[in-house]
Each structure stands twice: as structure tokens, then as C-alpha cells.
Design a protein. Structure first.
Length: 500
């Protein structure tokens, strides 16, 4: 009997355990598919075993995700960036009131606090600290009102000064440690959005024992080496660090390494940038193209300015034309180096001798007077005086008697026989004269007024005629009768003495 009872009790226990297992399995399935009505944070079920009520349940922690920084981000020291996230409680009413804690770490170290107890608004502005590393993470931890918490990490990102070596001159003309702007120099470039003060940073060569500390006495960012100097590298700008008489730091002319640290080696300073070269050319630099991010090349030097890949000798000479002369145009670089670039002959014009050839007769062009601003006045039109030809009407030989000249009287046999005045005429006028009929020409001459013709002969012909007339009148008075030998005076006498 006892064995029978024990077996029945065992069977009941087994059945109860099966029921509890079934309930738990059902609850697990419900939780997995989120089918509990009314809440997503608490799950509960009740079962009765041998008259006893059994209740079970549990809470679900909140969900959180960091969305910034993202993989591959590079955040500059001193700049401000937003850390962003999303966080939700399993209890909707508890989501808004959750507390947010933010931490970060770089490398294998532990997390350092950025902020605690922040509101769950999804963003926080962070000023990047000088923790230089390319292996950094941000962690966001959230806690809801039920005391449940959860956290998430960001993707890997980098914290950097974003100031790099951009160009350097290891083999200058003249002394390596000459006063600025001569001698060796290293140019820095700021890839970031904020200006960085590099005062107290160091440059080292391959030995790590010879350093050049950056200070206002040896640095320049405005291309004016005559001022007090600067140590600020502007955003997307340049700063040139000159060796400037330093007796420790030196770059070899055959091969060496130049390094940039944000402090002295041995003090926990970070190596920010370095470059190793194997040879040099006097007066030429190594430079990044494009600035701050590109590969190293050996172009024409451009201290304090944008780098270029140009290796054109003309560009090289143009640079040293400005660099190797002071404000009074006096040479400051090594004489042999300047002569190799023809810089000392920059103001002279080469004389090219012409080849010797046989002499060639020179034909001079007519000299053309240079034009003047004043417009010359139009010359006065030339007035041509008309040519007057004196023509005396022919005298009938039967009527006109012979006249014996008196003593002292000038006899004019034929006035028309005097040489005519010749005037230059245009080609058109000469042509018209040739084409005229000779008879028409004679008729035109007879129509001209005798008075005008006599006037053109200085009055001599008129005086002679007057003398002849007076002689005729004197003879008539002496003879008492008219003179029939002169037809011209006959008419006048008959009109004056009608009774005769």
C-alpha cells in the first residue's frame, strides 16, 4: 500500500511540473512575439497547483543605440561635435524620463565620463579633448523609472589635432641654420575647422634627440617674417616653422626623418605626423599635394601657401626671384645657386648678334608726319584769276591810214600779238579746250569787253590810243577839215559838226 501511495504522489508532482513547464513555454513564446496585452515591460501568468495559486513574470530592459560618432569619423581636438543616440524603455510611459550617461575611451584604457544624468533628447554637444587616438569609442547608458538600464557603444572613430606636416625644406641654399626666412623650415597645415595653437610643440629628426621647439620667435603664419611671429595654425591654413639659427635640430641632406609631436618626447606626447626621405636637391622641398592630405612629392617650394605639383624650371626660377632678393632688390641667397638659375642676370637683356651678310641697299620710306590731336583747318580755296586776252578788232587797210610815230611815242603795231598769259589747267579743262571748235574760240574772244582787257595791260594800250586820238584832233585843227583816213574818228566828227 505504501508503495502505491508514493507512486501516485510522484505522478501528481510530475504532472504539476509538466504544467508549470508548459506555462513557462507559452510565456516565453508570448514574450518572443510581443503578444502580452497592455504592457511590453512586465509579463505575468498564474496557475493553481493542488489548490495553491502560483504567479510568475519579469521585466524587459530598455533598448539603446549610438548613431554618432560613426565609423571612420575623424574629430579634431578643440572642435565640437554632437553625440547622438536613440533609447526606448519597454514601458512606454518610462521612456521620456530615462536618464542618460555618456562616456568615451581611446585605445585599451577605461571609459572616462563625458556627461551624466542627461535628458533623453537624443543629442549632446561634445568639445573634443586632446586625447589623440584612432581607436576611440563613445558609450551611452540609459536607465528607466523601473530601475532597468542598458548601454550601447559607438563605432570606432579617431580623435586628432588635424594639424600635419605639409612641406619642408631639408637642403636650402646657403646655411642650414640661417635666420628666417632662409635656412631649413617645416610648414604645418590645419585640416580642421578650428584654429590650433601649436606653441610648445616639437619637431624631431630621426634620432629623437635633436629637437626644435615651436615658438613665436621662429614661426610665421602671415608671410611676414619681420613681425613678432605667430604659433596659431588657422583652420585650413598654414604655419611655417623656421630653424632660425637653432644649433640642435638639423635635417640631413642625404636622408633623414622629420617628425611632429604635440610635446616633448618622454612626457607622454603624441606623434602626430612623420615623413622619411632618401635624397635631396638643393633648394627643393618635399610637400603634400593636395595640402594636408595628399601624397608627398618634391615640387617648387611654396612656404605659407598652397602646394603645387609643378616642377617647371620657370616656376622654380620665379619663386627664387622673389625669395632671393630683399626689398631693395639685393641678392640674399648663395651666389653660385643664383647664377645657376640666372637670377643675377634678371635685369639684363641678352644681346643676339645678327649674322654678317652682304650689304643691301636701304630704301628709305617717305617720312610720314605723326598725327596730331588737333584737326588742321581746311586750307583756303585757291582763287584762279581769269586769263584776259586783249583782242583789237581788225582795221580795214583801205580806211585806216598809215600813222607815222612821233618822237617819244610808243607804237603798238598789234596788241594781240603780245604773248598770252598761260595758266595751268586741269586735265578735264584742257580736254574741253581741245574739243572746242577754233571758230567758236575766236568768237568768244571777240565778245570779251575791251575795257577789261585794257585794264589787265596796266593801262598802256589805253594811253597809246588816247595819244593817237589827240594827234588826230590836232591835225584837224590845223587843216580845218575832217580826217577821212580814220574811220573811228569820222563818225564822231560828223556827229559833232552836222553842217559839214
Amino acid at each position: 500500500m505504501k508503495k502505491l501511495r508514493k507512486s501516485k504522489i510522484n505522478q501528481r508532482i510530475i504532472q504539476s511540473l509538466k504544467r508549470i513547464g508548459l506555462v513557462c513555454g507559452v510565456l516565453f513564446l508570448i514574450v518572443s512575439f510581443g503578444k502580452i496585452q497592455g504592457t511590453n515591460s512586465f509579463f505575468m501568468d498564474t496557475d493553481t497547483i493542488n489548490g495553491n495559486s502560483v504567479t510568475s513574470g519579469w521585466w524587459v530592459p530598455p533598448a539603446v543605440e549610438v548613431t554618432s560618432p560613426d565609423s571612420g569619423d575623424k574629430w579634431q581636438v578643440g572642435s565640437q561635435h554632437n553625440i547622438t543616440w536613440t533609447a526606448d524603455s519597454s514601458d512606454p510611459s518610462a521612456t521620456a524620463s530615462m536618464d542618460i550617461d555618456i562616456d568615451y575611451k581611446c585605445g585599451a584604457g577605461s571609459y572616462s565620463s563625458i556627461a551624466t544624468g542627461e535628458a533623453n533628447d537624443g543629442t549632446y554637444g561634445w568639445t573634443i579633448p586632446p586625447t589623440i587616438s584612432n581607436d576611440c569609442y563613445v558609450r551611452v547608458t540609459t536607465t528607466d523609472s523601473h530601475g532597468l538600464s542598458n548601454f550601447a557603444e559607438s563605432d570606432q572613430f579617431e580623435i586628432s589635432w588635424m594639424v600635419v606636416m605639409n612641406e619642408f625644406l631639408p637642403n636650402p641654399t646657403g646655411a642650414n641654420n640661417a635666420s628666417k626666412p632662409n635656412g631649413e623650415w617645416v610648414e604645418l597645415y590645419n585640416n580642421g575647422l578650428v584654429a590650433i595653437d601649436v606653441n610648445g610643440w616639437y619637431l624631431y629628426d630621426s634620432d629623437n634627440a635633436y629637437e626644435l621647439q615651436i615658438s613665436t620667435s621662429n614661426s610665421d603664419n602671415d608671410n611676414d617674417t619681420g613681425d613678432s611671429g605667430e604659433t596659431i595654425v588657422p583652420a585650413h591654413g598654414w604655419l611655417v616653422v623656421y630653424r632660425n639659427n637653432d644649433a640642435d635640430f638639423s635635417l640631413n641632406n642625404d636622408s633623414d626623418t622629420v617628425k611632429l609631436y604635440d610635446g616633448p618626447i618622454g612626457s607622454g606626447a603624441n606623434l602626430l605626423d612623420s615623413y622619411t626621405y632618401s635624397s635631396t636637391v638643393e633648394g627643393k622641398t618635399y610637400a603634400r599635394v593636395p595640402d594636408g592630405t595628399g601624397s608627398w612629392v618634391d615640387p617648387v617650394p611654396t612656404p605659407g601657401g598652397k602646394n603645387t605639383k609643378s616642377n617647371d624650371p620657370d616656376d622654380f626660377q620665379k619663386y627664387y626671384e622673389e625669395f632671393c632678393f630683399d626689398k631693395k632688390d639685393r641678392p640674399t641667397c648663395d651666389k653660385a645657386f643664383m647664377e645657376s638659375l640666372d637670377l643675377l642676370k634678371k635685369d639684363t637683356v641678352p644681346v643676339v648678334e645678327a649674322p654678317i651678310t652682304d650689304p643691301v641697299p636701304v630704301i628709305e620710306d617717305p617720312v610720314t608726319p605723326a598725327p596730331t590731336d588737333e584737326t588742321p583747318a581746311d586750307p583756303a580755296p585757291k582763287t584762279e584769276e581769269p586769263v584776259v586776252t586783249i583782242t583789237v578788232p581788225p582795221v580795214d587797210p583801205e580806211v585806216a591810214p598809215e600813222i607815222e610815230p612821233e618822237t617819244g611815242a610808243e607804237v603798238v603795231s598789234d596788241i594781240s600779238e603780245k604773248p598770252a598769259i598761260v595758266e595751268e589747267k586741269s586735265a578735264a579743262e584742257e580736254k574741253s579746250v581741245v574739243e572746242e571748235n577754233p571758230a567758236d574760240v575766236s568768237a568768244k574772244k571777240e565778245e570779251e569787253k575791251p575795257e577789261e582787257k585794257l585794264d589787265k595791260s596796266d593801262g598802256k594800250e589805253g594811253d597809246q590810243k588816247e595819244e593817237i586820238r589827240k594827234d588826230d584832233e590836232k591835225k584837224k585843227d590845223e587843216s580845218g577839215k575832217p580826217d577821212d583816213d580814220h574811220g573811228d574818228d569820222k563818225e564822231s566828227d560828223s556827229s559833232a559838226n552836222p553842217t559839214d
